[in-house]
Design a protein around this ligand. Structure first.
Ligand code: MG
Ligand code: MG
Length: 256
């Protein structure tokens, strides 16, 4: 089956299982959002996430993922780190902009979502950066309807960001299909013209995840082999939801 022409279709029962995984992710992110205060370390947030996921009968998606194996349960990306930051003993400071990415597995099905959190009081510029990224995620979700084309989502995300100002939209990192693996075809770029790629159908499930910076879209992978930072040091935001196309329209699976 060529996934260039077709996106995997899940049954309603499968989507229900994905919603259970997604709820674990959503609940965990809500606990982390409240916990991410000045003085708290990234490792402490990771421990909170591990406890939240296991206490809900789920398994973390990220721990041991990839090469080298990702060493934690969540990604914590601070300020100029955009995605894939590894939680360490860094202590959050007032004014930090933290993105937290979380994935969980229930009965073999994955949920994947990310939020950007204001630590203490942040600047208006950084709050807008996060708001613009979150709003573009909502625009992408709204475009995720049966009969539309895959890149209608991409174009909706990009248009939403560009209408809000001048932001770097990452090109090397994209949204993705998700199901019995965390990352599946197709890639879902956060930019590009509408009307291309496979037609969207009821039963498609995609993780949409715009990543933007206050500067350029150029990135660099840091020495830990995971953290993706902006090349110019500009601060970044990342928001993500796992979303299913149902008969009644797009449904976010990763709500608390
Ligand atoms: Mg994610
Ligand atoms: Mg993802």
């Amino acid at each position: 089956m060529s996934l260039l022409n077709r996106i995997e279709i899940k049954t309603a029962e499968e989507i229900a299982l994905m919603r259970r995984a997604g709820a674990v992710v959503g609940q965990t992110l809500e606990i982390l959002r409240v916990s991410a205060k000045p003085g708290v370390s990234l490792q402490e947030l990771n421990a909170i996430a591990a406890e939240s996921i296991s206490s809900r009968g789920a398994t973390p998606s990220f721990l041991g993922y990839g090469v080298p194996p990702f060493p934690a349960v969540i990604c914590t990306s601070v300020n100029d780190v955009i995605v894939h930051g590894i939680p360490d003993d860094r202590v959050l400071l007032d004014g930090d902009l933290l993105s937290i990415d979380c994935g969980a597995i229930v009965e073999g099905w994955h949920g994947d979502a990310a939020i950007t959190v204001a630590v203490g009081s942040i600047s208006a510029e950084h709050q807008k950066l996060s708001d613009v990224c979150r709003e573009s995620l909502n625009a992408g979700i709204a475009a995720m309807v049966a009969g539309a084309k895959l890149t209608d989502i991409s174009h909706a995300i990009e248009s939403s960001i560009n209408a809000a100002g001048n932001y770097g939209i990452l090109r090397e990192y994209t949204g993705h299909g998700i199901g019995t693996s965390m990352h599946m075809d197709p890639a879902v770029p956060n930019y590009g013209p509408a009307g291309k790629g496979p037609k969207l159908s009821v039963g498609n499930v995609l993780a949409l995840e715009p990543m933007i910076t206050l500067g350029s879209a150029q990135t660099q992978v840091l020495d830990d082999d995971w953290s993706v930072a902006s090349a110019d040091g500009s601060w970044a935001s990342h928001w993500e939801h796992t979303v299913a196309i149902t008969a009644s329209g797009p449904q976010i699976l990763t709500l608390p």
